[in-house]
Design a protein around this ligand. Structure first.
Ligand SMILES: *Cc1c(COP(=O)(O)O)cnc(C)c1O
Length: 422
């Protein structure tokens, strides 16, 4: 069951009419559902409740601290990729020992922040990074727990731009160098090897690449142990796809994914770590926007809405499909119209969809863009000096603004005209 549904002819988020949020907060606005976030976390975590496992939500999918606090309350950990995300996770109440730190370019400052907090593990992606971490930890009189992120050279992911596990990608230690890298790590005084890590891509709609990866990495775990490394954890990353409402094949259910992972890792004697992002947040949020103009072009109809590519980049960046509906349920006599739904930004790429069949809409009508809870607000920019749009969290019959809309004045305050121009 999804928690964005029509009730008495109007789309609601749980018990709150979206029209009410549009009127009180303004549009465009991101609206998230607590019940959906909770359900997605529980469905995922439940499929691993009988084995040692940590679910470390990938903060970059939706990094609002209210979203993180909602998940923290359920026992969720975090996968962070920057010092900023680490600060968010800690602020939201996620315990440091449930935080893993990923990313190819961790700086010494970020390492210090994480060592100070006492995070569970650094997912290290290269030898130079390992050496910097060793030096940083040694200077602080600390030991850094590490797993190497290995690159299994597996093809996966819904789009070239979100494939990360191929040899040509920038991520992870090259497969042929992994054992040398672990040997080096074991020789460094401020480093403790605790695990292995992979993340092969995102919006993966098939179990096969996960299966191939687990088999490959399991073999590596066995070889590493034989060489004396104490491998306690196996982080399989994130990447499980979600339905976006188009007619592509449905991604595997978390329970099916869970059964497969458990089956393949049962005898390995490791704690499994998961870094789901999209699977938790994607369908827990919508982008609520308003039609500014319905415009008839030379050979097509445009719906120009007040949301744009700076608010939701996925269609422009990944050619992503998002389901759309009017907030007001169409009557039985509604007229289907083919629209290009576009934003106001001066870029042809500012197009959410082309030739989409929707009930006829006019200026001031409200439009919902579904499945916008992951990689929506977290990728937003202020391009065209459009202030970041607010985020709202619904919980049953109530809602709260969890990020305010900045004013243009707020944006301009951070900029300066140099003295020689004054
Ligand atoms: C982005 C990312 C994830 C989350 O990916 P999803 O497809 O949102 O599940 C997990 N781990 C790492 C290292 C990532 O970069």
């Amino acid at each position: 069951m999804r928690h964005f549904d029509f009730n008495a002819g109007e789309m609601h988020a749980e018990g709150v009419p979206l029209r009410q949020i549009a009127e009180e907060v303004g549009t465009p606005v991101y609206v998230y559902s607590t019940a959906t976030l909770e359900r997605h976390y529980k469905v995922f975590a439940d499929s691993f409740k009988d084995v040692p496992a940590l679910v470390a939500y990938s903060v970059k999918a939706n990094s609002n601290i209210a979203v993180l606090a909602t998940l923290a309350k359920l026992g969720c950990g975090a996968d962070v990729v920057s010092g900023g995300e680490l600060s968010r996770a800690l602020m939201a109440g996620i315990p440091a020992d449930k935080i893993v730190f990923s990313g190819v370019g961790k700086t010494p400052d970020e390492m210090r922040l994480a060592l100070d907090a006492g995070i569970r593990v650094f997912n290290v992606e290269s030898r130079p990074e390992l050496e910097t971490l060793n030096q940083t930890a040694a200077d602080m009189g600390k030991i850094a727990n590490i797993a190497f992120r290995v690159n299994p050279n597996v093809t996966a992911g819904g789009h070239d731009k979100i494939s990360t596990g191929k040899a040509e990608n920038k991520f992870g230690v090259a497969w042929k160098d992994t054992e040398k890298a672990f040997a080096l790590a074991a020789s460094l005084p401020a480093i403790k090897v605790v695990g292995v890590d992979v993340h092969i891509g995102s919006q993966i709609d098939d179990l096969a690449p996960f299966k191939a990866t687990i088999q490959k990495v399991s073999g590596l775990v066995t070889r590493l142990r034989a060489s004396g490394h104490d491998i306690q954890s196996f982080d399989i990353g994130g990447g499980l796809g979600i339905p976006y409402g188009d007619n592509r094949k449905a991604p595997p259910l978390p329970s099916v994914y869970g059964a497969m992972v458990k089956d393949l890792t049962r005898d390995l004697g490791v704690e499994m770590i998961f870094e789901p992002g999209r699977m938790i947040a994607g369908n827990a949020g919508v982008l609520l926007s308003k039609v500014i103009y319905a415009k008839e072009g030379a050979d097509r109809n445009f719906l120009i809405i007040d949301a744009a590519m700076n608010d939701l980049l996925r269609p422009a960046l990944y050619d992503a499909y998002h389901d759309m509906e009017p907030v007001k349920a169409p009557g039985s006599d509604f007229e289907e119209t083919l629209y290009d739904v576009v934003g106001p930004i001066c870029e042809t790429g500012d197009t959410f969809t082309k030739n989409r069949s929707l009930p006829a809409m006019k200026a001031d009508d409200l439009l919902v863009i579904h499945s916008a809870g992951a990689y929506g607000a977290s990728q937003a920019s202020q391009y065209n000096t459009r202030p970041l749009i607010p985020e709202v969290l619904v919980n049953g019959d109530e809602y709260q603004i969890i990020r305010e809309r900045p004013t243009v004045e707020d944006i301009l305050k951070t900029e300066k005209i140099p003295h020689w121009l004054r």
